[in-house]
Design a protein around this ligand. Structure first.
Ligand SMILES: [Zn+2]
Length: 170
């Protein structure tokens, strides 16, 4: 499969009924998306398309791991991901998001590009606070933790920092 075909579904030519599409997304996908918190990943994406006369029902199963930054030590970490989502696609005059998980697609469209949608699911799957599990190799960077602690202590004793903090809290 050409990389440009990943998560691109030509639905017009599909027969009515269910169709399963399977993709692998990796570095290339994430460098295209330029997410702030998720820089890389390796995931399998399964999309079950149920086509009826005026409606497409999409069922997503996304599984794998993403690379993100640990909120404690600021080091890189891998985070397992498992996502299940359902989206309904209806047709109308123009393309827009009618509601969460309801997409209206212009009658003129014949292809469905699911890249932005899948990217959003992945971003939303990241917990507010992600930290190394501290199990096996998945541990925080001890050197970095020390530095962060030193920095915070310096900040609390240095009068210039204290003055700045005061200004910030005004
Ligand atoms: Zn960490």
């Amino acid at each position: 499969m050409r990389k440009s075909d990943i998560l691109l579904i030509g639905f017009k030519t599909l027969d009515l009924g269910e169709h399963l599409f399977e993709y692998q997304i990796d570095e290339e996908f994430f460098s295209e998306m330029k997410n702030e918190e998720i820089h890389n990943g390796e995931l399998s994406v399964k999309v079950l398309v149920d086509k009826s006369e005026r409606l497409l029902k999409l069922h997503f199963d996304i599984e794998g791991q993403i690379e993100t930054i640990c909120d404690r030590c600021l080091g890189e970490m891998m985070l397992p991901v498992k996502i299940e989502e359902e989206v309904f696609v209806k047709f109308g005059i123009k393309t827009y998001e009618e509601a969460e998980n309801v997409l209206i697609l212009s009658e003129e469209e014949y292809e469905l590009n699911l890249r932005a949608m899948v990217n959003e699911f992945i971003i939303l799957s990241r917990p507010m606070r992600a930290v190394h599990s501290q199990e096996g190799d998945d541990t925080c960077d001890v050197e970095m933790l020390k530095k962060i602690e030193e920095y915070q202590q310096k900040k609390s004793v240095d009068p210039r920092w204290a003055a700045l903090e005061k200004l910030k809290n005004k």
